[in-house]
Design a protein around this ligand. Structure first.
Ligand SMILES: [Ca+2]
Ligand SMILES: [Ca+2]
Ligand SMILES: [Ca+2]
Ligand SMILES: [Ca+2]
Length: 417
């Protein structure tokens, strides 16, 4: 069912695939040049129609370059992350946004000649921990929402996009806790307006129903019976049981079926998949929902930075484990899109949205910590205690946000006397 095509760049260069007219992909290998006011790129090589290359590399016998379902990647329902590609803006630039440890969302555009505009800092009250994109006010300009926390106060800030690639000053909404990390933008109540769902932990989600003008109704707390929601759980929204009402799936494998009002959810007793934590991603896995086997029922695919796992949907909110595939070691950001145009959904592991697909921020740098335990049982107790420790969770959240820990691995060593 699946074949992996790894896309690598020469050691000092970066690589990206960009969609053009007719959905075709161009592979760009480029070197980033950091100037005083601009980031420019020196393109080493360009390969047009790269969708044919990845198609052939995967030994597929289907016909590429058809794109029967088009090639628009919706950002609705996708977990927030530390980079968003906003696609081609009305100013003719490919717009992107990210953040660093300052209290700001950083935005920039790539001009048609491959040079970047100066990075603009869009101020937030606390440092962002993840960002999202969507057109909240339906003016055709992508807007940005940042989820912010300084460890004391949590908030969400909305930046409405202008046609020239700039953003209006942020409008901030208070969150009920500083323990925040992940959020989703989707139309949860089906009124045509994007809504904001924030995982605020304590077995609850905070829902802000959108008014369609970039503002939201007052916060509503959603705490379904039986929910086990920790604030570091990733989640997605999708209609997994085909009743046209948005549901929620968390990285713990919990499935919450929605009643269609964006506020009422029922836990499916059987989890979709077990919780999976890996060396390269302690918040694993990333999840996407799509009907990849074309039986009319939405399936789930997870990427934990080591393995891509498939779970076939039964159409009622339950899932059966399907094939799993080893993948490149990375953070496990996952995109479901038809890359080669043969009409079958493909999975891209890396940063990808709105027609731009590149590698993520995963880089191997190594530090060692040696921790001594009297026996393996004591080690298991330590692991249990660590998972529940608030300070440890904050440290992990910081490491994830700052990227200071890119890989974590454990080996059991025996003492020799
Ligand atoms: Ca907008
Ligand atoms: Ca809505
Ligand atoms: Ca549903
Ligand atoms: Ca299916």
């Amino acid at each position: 069912m699946g074949n992996l095509s790894a896309i690598a760049a020469p050691s000092i260069d970066s690589v990206a695939m960009v969609r053009g007219g007719g959905c075709a992909l161009t592979q760009d290998i480029f070197t980033l040049i950091l100037g005083p006011t601009e980031v420019s790129t020196s393109v080493t090589s360009q390969t047009p129609n790269y969708e044919k290359t990845i198609h052939n590399n995967a030994f597929l016998t289907t016909t590429p370059d058809q794109f029967p379902a088009g090639c628009v990647d919706s950002t609705a329902g996708i977990t927030s992350g530390n980079f968003v590609n906003l696609g081609l803006g009305k100013n003719g630039q490919i717009l992107g946004a990210t953040f660093d440890d300052s209290a700001a969302v950083l935005t920039a555009g790539m001009k048609p000649d491959g040079t970047f505009t100066m990075t603009v800092s869009n101020t937030t009250p606390q440092p962002p921990i993840s960002i999202l994109s969507g057109d909240l006010n339906k003016d055709g300009n992508q807007d940005i929402v940042s989820i912010n926390t300084d460890g004391l106060t949590g908030s969400a800030t909305v930046f409405l996009g202008n046609a020239d690639g700039s953003y209006k000053p942020g409008v901030t909404i208070a969150l009920p806790t500083e323990q925040v990390d992940f959020a989703v933008l989707d139309d949860m109540d089906g009124d045509g307006n994007l809504d904001l769902i924030v995982n605020t932990g304590n077995n609850a989600l905070s829902v802000f129903l959108g008014k369609g003008d970039g503002t939201f109704k007052p916060i509503q707390t959603v705490a379904p019976a039986g929910a086990a929601i920790f604030f570091t759980d990733r989640f997605i929204s999708a209609d997994v049981n085909g009743d046209h009402k948005k549901d929620i799936v968390t990285s713990e494998g919990q499935v919450f079926l929605g009643a269609g009002d964006g506020l009422t959810f029922t836990l499916v007793p059987t989890p979709a998949f077990p919780r999976i934590v890996t060396a390269s991603n302690v918040y694993a896995p990333n999840i996407v929902a799509a009907d990849f086997n074309k039986d009319g029922k939405v399936d789930l695919v997870t990427d934990d930075g080591q393995v891509i796992r498939t779970y076939r949907g039964a159409g009622d909110g339950t899932f059966t484990a399907g094939p799993a595939y080893s993948t490149i070691g990375n953070r496990g950001y996952l995109v479901a899109t038809d890359l080669d145009g043969d009409g079958n959904l493909d999975f891209f592991s890396g940063f990808g949205s709105n027609g731009l697909y590149g590698g993520d921020d995963f880089l191997p740098n190594i530090a060692y910590a040696l921790i001594n335990f009297p026996d393996l049982a004591a080690y298991e107790c330590y692991r249990d205690a660590l998972m529940k420790d608030e300070a440890a969770s904050r440290n992990v959240a910081f490491a994830d946000r700052s990227g200071c820990i890119t890989i974590e691995d454990r080996s059991i060593l025996r003492q020799i006397r």
